[in-house]
Design a protein around this ligand. Structure first.
Ligand SMILES: NC(=O)c1ccc[n+]([C@@H]2O[C@H](COP(=O)([O-])OP(=O)(O)OC[C@H]3O[C@@H](n4cnc5c(N)ncnc54)[C@H](O)[C@@H]3O)[C@@H](O)[C@H]2O)c1
Length: 463
């Protein structure tokens, strides 16, 4: 690999949150000397003590094995001094106009630039945070040049290189990306960054190198395309609920087998949530609108996504009247993470309360954090079994594997088992399917009144 001098480049990771901590750990596990930096003292202290500051599968395991190569600090001087390449992975919150705000990135880049001003060391800054198109070559480049007194491309390096990870599988995704995206200020600095990825990934990913703007558009375009697939699958699920004999899983399995479409994220379920998908889709639409480009696909994707909570509410209303107690099984936006931001479990619990239902929620990682998001009128159960055992109806909002281990007795009542609304087909083909009143959404046997085939046939134009 191209190296700085004849050694592996030393790396710094600025921002040690949900993405930065796993990045630092993966780099260290792959043999790089890494210094992590955060303004949050707790995160810095946790990592220096060898403890994962965020919940993420495999993170602690990597820290245990690579501790000797990873240290952390709150000092930019120390981080820049001890590294040759710095990855900036700080928050870029969404503004009211849905554009991402660059303030934290600019602050971090300025601080790095101020240290560089006092040295003549060759240095590369990699912006990993998600930014709006035009940011890296615009305000970020300007901040770096102003603070360092150097010119980007000739005497300091700048790349934009976002990661494509999902919370709950960040370590696996960092090690096994399908694709690496590099927006580069020059081929030399791009080569340097590519070499780091070649040494830190297991999957021999395709590396796509381009200018800043292409890379910035690509990052949000990927997420916008994936959200479109999710909403498309949920739209199909809704259609299937209205047609006798239809089953969304049968359909999506066949559709996904067509390589033009692909099977990933093509599954009827609940709305997408979390810290990235909803806001990236809105940012893409906001950007297109600002450019005067019609963005109906992104808008429709949002509308269908927002409608999913109504679908779930309708499913509950079909089996239980207001006043009934509903168990919401899952508050995280996906399994294996405690993040509940914009999760369907949270949205459904709130909507059920508004409609007059009693609500009990459970989640192995998100329950304690989410509890503060509810009033005292939502009960937080200790686990899935306890929530189910106290309810008149249960809804599977997050397909946690542990839901399959709920004992059948928790569903059983003197008058027969309680209804379980399952948008994912999570309990299908499990022993529990026989001991619950399973309502699989997106297929025959679910709740919408079926439209008999002749009615649809009559809508066909006459020959
Ligand atoms: N979390 C995801 O799933 C995900 C996926 C892809 C991209 N991203 C992007 O990655 C970026 C970071 O996301 P995250 O989820 O890791 O955020 P996070 O909030 O979990 O972590 C960010 C960290 O940066 C620190 N920080 C803030 N300002 C700083 C500064 N000036 N200097 C040093 N540290 C600073 C914070 O204290 C925090 O620990 C965002 O742009 C986000 O859009 C996140």
């Amino acid at each position: 690999m191209p190296v700085t001098g004849d050694r592996m480049p030393r790396l710094s990771v600025v921002g040690l949150g949900k993405l930065g901590s796993p990045m630092a750990a993966v780099f260290a596990a792959k043999g790089f000397d890494v210094v992590g930096l955060d303004v949050n003292r707790d995160y810095v202290d946790a990592l220096n003590a060898g403890r994962a500051p965020v919940e993420e599968p495999r993170l602690q395991e990597l820290l245990d094995t690579s501790r000797a190569r990873l240290r952390t600090t709150t000092s930019y001087e120390e981080a820049v001094e001890a590294s040759d390449i710095s990855f900036v992975i700080v928050p870029t919150p969404s503004g009211e106009d849905h554009f991402f705000i660059n303030d934290f990135v600019i602050d971090a880049v300025r601080r790095i630039g101020s240290v560089l001003r006092k040295t003549d060391k060759d240095f590369l800054i990699v912006v990993t945070s998600t930014v709006m198109p035009g940011s890296t070559g615009g305000v970020i480049r300007q901040a770096l040049e102003d603070s360092s007194g150097r010119v980007v491309g000739s005497d300091v390096g700048l790349c934009y290189s976002p990661e494509f990870i999902a919370l709950g599988s960040v370590v696996r995704d960092l090690l096994n990306p399908d694709m690496v995206l590099i927006g580069e200020c020059s081929p030399e600095y791009g080569d340097r960054l590519e070499a780091v990825y070649r040494a830190s990934t297991d999957s021999r990913p395709a590396v796509h190198r381009m200018g800043f703007v292409n890379a910035e558009i690509c990052k949000i375009a990927v997420n916008t395309f994936v959200t479109t697939k999710i909403s498309y699958a949920n739209m199909l699920a809704d259609v299937c609920e209205h047609l006798e004999g239809a089953d969304v899983d049968v359909l999506t399995a066949a559709l996904g087998a067509d390589t033009r479409i692909g099977s990933k994220y093509l599954k009827g379920g609940v709305a997408y949530g979390g810290p990235c998908f909803p806001r990236d889709n809105k940012a893409f639409a906001a950007m297109a609108r600002k450019l005067g480009v019609p963005c109906g696909i992104a808008d429709a994707t949002d509308q269908i996504n927002d409608y999913q909570v109504e679908r779930l509410l309708g499913a509950v209303a079909a089996v239980a009247a207001p006043g009934a107690r509903v168990a919401v099984l899952g508050l995280s936006y996906k399994p294996d993470t405690g993040v509940f931001e914009k999760s369907q479990g949270l949205a459904l619990a709130r909507a059920l309360r508004t409609d007059g239902y009693k609500v009990v929620v459970a989640d192995p990682l998100a329950a304690s954090g989410a509890a503060s998001a509810f009033g005292a009128d939502v009960q937080v159960a200790s686990d899935f079994e306890a929530a189910t055992a106290s309810a008149d109806v249960a809804v599977i909002t997050t397909p946690w594997p542990a839901i399959r281990n709920i004992p059948a007795s928790a569903f059983s009542r003197p008058g027969g088992p309680i209804p379980v609304i399952d948008p994912w087909g999570h309990l299908k083909d499990t022993p529990l399917a026989g001991s619950t009143r399973l309502i699989l959404l997106g297929r025959r046997g679910s709740l919408a009144p079926a439209v008999p085939e002749p009615v649809l046939a009559q809508t066909q134009p006459r020959r």
